[in-house]
Design a protein around this ligand. Structure first.
Ligand code: GUN
Length: 280
Protein backbone atom coordinates (compact mmCIF):
# COMPACT_ATOMS: atom_id res chain seq x y z
CA UNK A 1 0.00 0.00 0.00
CA UNK A 2 1.38 3.38 -0.97
CA UNK A 3 1.39 5.93 1.83
CA UNK A 4 0.36 9.48 0.93
CA UNK A 5 2.55 11.91 2.89
CA UNK A 6 -0.03 14.27 4.36
CA UNK A 7 1.72 17.64 4.59
CA UNK A 8 -1.54 19.41 5.30
CA UNK A 9 -2.28 17.37 8.44
CA UNK A 10 1.29 17.68 9.74
CA UNK A 11 1.38 21.41 9.04
CA UNK A 12 -1.90 21.87 10.97
CA UNK A 13 -0.35 20.03 13.89
CA UNK A 14 2.77 22.24 13.79
CA UNK A 15 0.71 25.43 13.42
CA UNK A 16 -1.54 24.49 16.38
CA UNK A 17 1.56 23.93 18.48
CA UNK A 18 2.99 27.32 17.43
CA UNK A 19 -0.31 29.06 18.22
CA UNK A 20 -0.32 27.52 21.66
CA UNK A 21 3.29 28.58 22.34
CA UNK A 22 2.62 32.12 21.10
CA UNK A 23 -0.45 32.47 23.34
CA UNK A 24 1.89 32.05 26.33
CA UNK A 25 4.37 34.73 25.20
CA UNK A 26 4.48 38.28 26.54
CA UNK A 27 5.16 39.78 23.10
CA UNK A 28 3.98 38.66 19.68
CA UNK A 29 6.47 37.53 17.01
CA UNK A 30 6.51 39.92 14.03
CA UNK A 31 6.92 38.81 10.42
CA UNK A 32 7.62 41.36 7.68
CA UNK A 33 7.11 40.29 4.07
CA UNK A 34 8.30 42.44 1.19
CA UNK A 35 6.62 41.97 -2.17
CA UNK A 36 8.04 43.98 -5.07
CA UNK A 37 5.82 44.25 -8.14
CA UNK A 38 2.68 42.33 -9.00
CA UNK A 39 3.63 38.78 -9.94
CA UNK A 40 0.25 37.01 -9.51
CA UNK A 41 1.67 33.78 -8.01
CA UNK A 42 3.80 35.75 -5.53
CA UNK A 43 0.77 37.83 -4.48
CA UNK A 44 -1.12 34.63 -3.65
CA UNK A 45 1.84 33.22 -1.69
CA UNK A 46 2.25 36.45 0.28
CA UNK A 47 -1.47 36.61 1.16
CA UNK A 48 -1.27 33.02 2.38
CA UNK A 49 1.80 33.81 4.50
CA UNK A 50 -0.02 36.76 6.09
CA UNK A 51 -3.11 34.64 6.78
CA UNK A 52 -1.04 31.97 8.52
CA UNK A 53 1.03 34.54 10.44
CA UNK A 54 -2.13 36.13 11.85
CA UNK A 55 -3.61 32.72 12.54
CA UNK A 56 -0.46 31.82 14.51
CA UNK A 57 -0.91 34.91 16.68
CA UNK A 58 1.94 36.86 15.06
CA UNK A 59 1.97 40.48 13.94
CA UNK A 60 2.16 40.60 10.15
CA UNK A 61 3.65 43.49 8.20
CA UNK A 62 3.23 43.34 4.42
CA UNK A 63 5.20 45.82 2.32
CA UNK A 64 3.80 45.97 -1.20
CA UNK A 65 6.31 47.91 -3.28
CA UNK A 66 5.73 49.03 -6.85
CA UNK A 67 7.22 47.25 -9.86
CA UNK A 68 9.52 50.28 -10.38
CA UNK A 69 11.08 50.22 -6.93
CA UNK A 70 14.76 51.19 -7.07
CA UNK A 71 17.64 49.31 -5.50
CA UNK A 72 18.14 52.19 -3.03
CA UNK A 73 14.49 52.16 -1.95
CA UNK A 74 14.55 48.44 -1.29
CA UNK A 75 17.87 48.62 0.59
CA UNK A 76 16.39 51.45 2.65
CA UNK A 77 13.35 49.39 3.65
CA UNK A 78 15.49 46.37 4.59
CA UNK A 79 17.74 48.61 6.73
CA UNK A 80 14.67 50.01 8.53
CA UNK A 81 13.22 46.55 9.18
CA UNK A 82 16.61 45.36 10.50
CA UNK A 83 16.42 48.09 13.18
CA UNK A 84 12.72 47.66 14.00
CA UNK A 85 12.26 45.84 17.30
CA UNK A 86 8.75 44.73 16.36
CA UNK A 87 10.13 42.65 13.51
CA UNK A 88 11.68 39.22 14.14
CA UNK A 89 11.60 37.86 10.60
CA UNK A 90 12.13 39.55 7.23
CA UNK A 91 11.14 37.76 4.03
CA UNK A 92 11.89 39.20 0.61
CA UNK A 93 9.52 37.40 -1.74
CA UNK A 94 11.28 36.07 -4.86
CA UNK A 95 11.47 36.45 -7.78
CA UNK A 96 12.17 40.18 -7.91
CA UNK A 97 11.45 42.28 -11.02
CA UNK A 98 14.17 41.89 -13.66
CA UNK A 99 15.97 45.19 -12.87
CA UNK A 100 16.70 44.02 -9.30
CA UNK A 101 19.20 41.29 -8.40
CA UNK A 102 18.15 39.24 -5.37
CA UNK A 103 21.77 38.79 -4.28
CA UNK A 104 22.15 42.55 -3.79
CA UNK A 105 19.57 42.28 -1.00
CA UNK A 106 19.61 38.85 0.63
CA UNK A 107 22.93 39.54 2.37
CA UNK A 108 21.61 42.89 3.69
CA UNK A 109 18.95 41.22 5.85
CA UNK A 110 20.15 40.83 9.44
CA UNK A 111 21.07 37.09 9.62
CA UNK A 112 19.15 36.89 12.93
CA UNK A 113 16.00 38.09 11.12
CA UNK A 114 16.56 36.01 7.98
CA UNK A 115 13.46 33.75 8.17
CA UNK A 116 14.27 32.25 4.77
CA UNK A 117 17.81 31.21 5.71
CA UNK A 118 19.05 32.79 2.46
CA UNK A 119 21.74 35.06 3.99
CA UNK A 120 25.26 33.75 3.19
CA UNK A 121 25.93 33.39 6.93
CA UNK A 122 22.96 31.05 7.28
CA UNK A 123 23.41 29.15 4.01
CA UNK A 124 27.16 28.92 4.76
CA UNK A 125 26.51 27.49 8.22
CA UNK A 126 24.13 24.98 6.70
CA UNK A 127 26.91 23.96 4.33
CA UNK A 128 29.42 23.29 7.13
CA UNK A 129 26.75 21.61 9.29
CA UNK A 130 26.80 24.32 11.95
CA UNK A 131 23.38 25.46 13.17
CA UNK A 132 22.08 28.39 11.07
CA UNK A 133 19.72 30.94 12.68
CA UNK A 134 17.12 29.74 10.17
CA UNK A 135 16.91 27.01 7.52
CA UNK A 136 15.23 27.53 4.12
CA UNK A 137 11.53 26.80 4.58
CA UNK A 138 10.77 24.26 1.82
CA UNK A 139 13.82 22.03 2.48
CA UNK A 140 13.21 22.21 6.24
CA UNK A 141 9.57 21.23 5.73
CA UNK A 142 10.52 18.28 3.52
CA UNK A 143 12.91 16.86 6.14
CA UNK A 144 10.23 17.32 8.83
CA UNK A 145 7.75 15.41 6.67
CA UNK A 146 10.21 12.53 6.07
CA UNK A 147 10.90 12.36 9.81
CA UNK A 148 7.20 12.35 10.69
CA UNK A 149 6.75 9.17 8.65
CA UNK A 150 10.02 7.65 9.95
CA UNK A 151 11.48 7.47 6.46
CA UNK A 152 15.15 6.62 6.71
CA UNK A 153 17.56 9.22 5.34
CA UNK A 154 20.96 7.99 6.53
CA UNK A 155 22.70 5.84 3.91
CA UNK A 156 19.88 6.28 1.39
CA UNK A 157 20.35 7.45 -2.19
CA UNK A 158 18.62 10.84 -2.47
CA UNK A 159 18.22 12.38 -5.91
CA UNK A 160 17.06 15.98 -6.24
CA UNK A 161 15.94 17.28 -9.64
CA UNK A 162 16.53 21.05 -9.58
CA UNK A 163 19.51 23.05 -8.31
CA UNK A 164 17.83 26.26 -7.13
CA UNK A 165 19.16 28.28 -4.20
CA UNK A 166 15.68 28.12 -2.64
CA UNK A 167 15.14 24.35 -2.72
CA UNK A 168 17.68 22.09 -4.47
CA UNK A 169 20.93 23.34 -2.94
CA UNK A 170 19.83 23.79 0.70
CA UNK A 171 17.94 20.49 0.58
CA UNK A 172 21.05 18.72 -0.71
CA UNK A 173 22.96 20.00 2.33
CA UNK A 174 20.26 18.96 4.81
CA UNK A 175 20.16 15.46 3.32
CA UNK A 176 23.96 15.22 3.25
CA UNK A 177 24.13 16.37 6.88
CA UNK A 178 21.79 13.48 7.65
CA UNK A 179 24.17 11.07 5.86
CA UNK A 180 22.25 10.51 2.65
CA UNK A 181 24.18 9.97 -0.59
CA UNK A 182 22.99 12.98 -2.56
CA UNK A 183 22.83 13.60 -6.30
CA UNK A 184 21.59 16.89 -7.75
CA UNK A 185 20.26 16.55 -11.28
CA UNK A 186 19.40 19.56 -13.46
CA UNK A 187 18.56 20.64 -16.99
CA UNK A 188 21.98 19.59 -18.36
CA UNK A 189 22.02 16.18 -16.67
CA UNK A 190 22.53 13.22 -19.02
CA UNK A 191 20.58 9.96 -18.61
CA UNK A 192 18.24 11.47 -16.04
CA UNK A 193 16.05 8.40 -15.68
CA UNK A 194 19.11 6.20 -15.06
CA UNK A 195 19.95 8.47 -12.11
CA UNK A 196 16.39 8.82 -10.78
CA UNK A 197 15.95 5.03 -10.84
CA UNK A 198 18.77 4.76 -8.29
CA UNK A 199 16.87 7.00 -5.86
CA UNK A 200 15.49 5.71 -2.58
CA UNK A 201 14.24 9.27 -2.06
CA UNK A 202 13.44 11.28 -5.19
CA UNK A 203 12.66 14.98 -4.92
CA UNK A 204 11.51 16.95 -7.93
CA UNK A 205 11.62 20.76 -7.85
CA UNK A 206 11.43 21.92 -11.45
CA UNK A 207 7.92 23.32 -12.03
CA UNK A 208 7.62 21.12 -15.14
CA UNK A 209 4.52 18.99 -15.61
CA UNK A 210 5.18 15.23 -15.81
CA UNK A 211 8.88 15.72 -15.06
CA UNK A 212 8.76 12.45 -13.13
CA UNK A 213 6.99 9.51 -14.75
CA UNK A 214 6.54 5.92 -13.54
CA UNK A 215 9.39 4.52 -15.64
CA UNK A 216 11.85 6.87 -13.86
CA UNK A 217 11.08 5.57 -10.39
CA UNK A 218 12.44 2.60 -8.44
CA UNK A 219 9.87 0.25 -6.87
CA UNK A 220 9.42 1.23 -3.21
CA UNK A 221 10.90 4.74 -3.52
CA UNK A 222 9.81 7.84 -1.62
CA UNK A 223 8.66 10.62 -3.94
CA UNK A 224 8.59 14.28 -2.90
CA UNK A 225 6.94 16.71 -5.31
CA UNK A 226 7.91 20.38 -4.85
CA UNK A 227 6.36 21.57 -8.13
CA UNK A 228 3.12 23.50 -8.22
CA UNK A 229 1.32 24.80 -11.28
CA UNK A 230 -2.22 25.28 -12.49
CA UNK A 231 -3.18 22.83 -15.24
CA UNK A 232 -5.43 23.60 -18.22
CA UNK A 233 -8.37 22.04 -16.32
CA UNK A 234 -7.84 24.60 -13.52
CA UNK A 235 -6.49 22.02 -11.05
CA UNK A 236 -3.20 22.34 -9.16
CA UNK A 237 -0.56 19.84 -10.29
CA UNK A 238 3.04 19.12 -9.39
CA UNK A 239 6.09 17.80 -11.27
CA UNK A 240 5.11 14.17 -10.74
CA UNK A 241 2.67 12.04 -12.74
CA UNK A 242 1.00 11.23 -9.42
CA UNK A 243 -1.60 8.63 -10.47
CA UNK A 244 0.96 6.40 -12.22
CA UNK A 245 3.99 7.00 -9.98
CA UNK A 246 1.83 6.16 -6.96
CA UNK A 247 1.63 2.59 -8.29
CA UNK A 248 5.36 1.99 -7.74
CA UNK A 249 6.23 4.34 -4.84
CA UNK A 250 5.98 3.37 -1.18
CA UNK A 251 5.56 7.00 -0.07
CA UNK A 252 4.47 10.01 -2.15
CA UNK A 253 3.43 13.63 -1.52
CA UNK A 254 0.22 14.91 -3.12
CA UNK A 255 -0.13 18.31 -4.82
CA UNK A 256 -1.78 20.22 -3.25
CA UNK A 257 -1.49 19.16 0.39
CA UNK A 258 2.08 17.88 0.47
CA UNK A 259 5.15 20.12 0.44
CA UNK A 260 3.28 23.46 0.14
CA UNK A 261 1.71 23.48 3.62
CA UNK A 262 5.02 22.29 5.11
CA UNK A 263 6.78 25.34 3.65
CA UNK A 264 4.32 27.66 5.39
CA UNK A 265 4.60 25.74 8.68
CA UNK A 266 8.41 26.03 8.52
CA UNK A 267 8.15 29.77 7.90
CA UNK A 268 6.02 30.18 11.02
CA UNK A 269 8.40 27.97 12.99
CA UNK A 270 11.37 30.04 11.83
CA UNK A 271 9.62 33.28 12.80
CA UNK A 272 8.88 31.99 16.30
CA UNK A 273 12.44 30.66 16.69
CA UNK A 274 13.93 34.02 15.65
CA UNK A 275 11.58 35.81 18.04
CA UNK A 276 12.80 33.62 20.88
CA UNK A 277 16.40 34.14 19.76
CA UNK A 278 16.06 37.92 19.67
CA UNK A 279 13.70 38.44 22.62
CA UNK A 280 13.61 35.18 24.58
N1 GUN B 1 9.62 32.30 -3.82
C1 GUN B 1 9.33 30.99 -3.95
N2 GUN B 1 9.63 30.32 -2.80
C2 GUN B 1 10.13 31.23 -1.94
C3 GUN B 1 10.62 31.15 -0.61
O1 GUN B 1 10.68 30.09 0.04
N3 GUN B 1 11.06 32.33 -0.07
C4 GUN B 1 11.02 33.50 -0.76
N4 GUN B 1 11.48 34.59 -0.14
N5 GUN B 1 10.58 33.61 -1.99
C5 GUN B 1 10.13 32.48 -2.57
Amino acid sequence: MTVILDGKALSNKILDDIKHKVSNLKTKPGLAVILVGNDPASSVYVKNKEKQALNSGFNSYIHNLSQNTTKEELLDLIAKLNCDNNIDGILLQLPLPKHLNAYDFLDKVDPKKDVDGFHPTNSGNLMINEKPYAIACTPKGIIRLLDEYNIQISGQNAVIIGRSNIVGKPLSMLLLNRNATVTIAHSKTKNLSHITKSADILISATGKKNMVTKDMVKQGATIIDVGIMRDSDGKLRGDVDFDNVKKVADYITPVPGGVGPMTIASLMENTLELHLLNKG
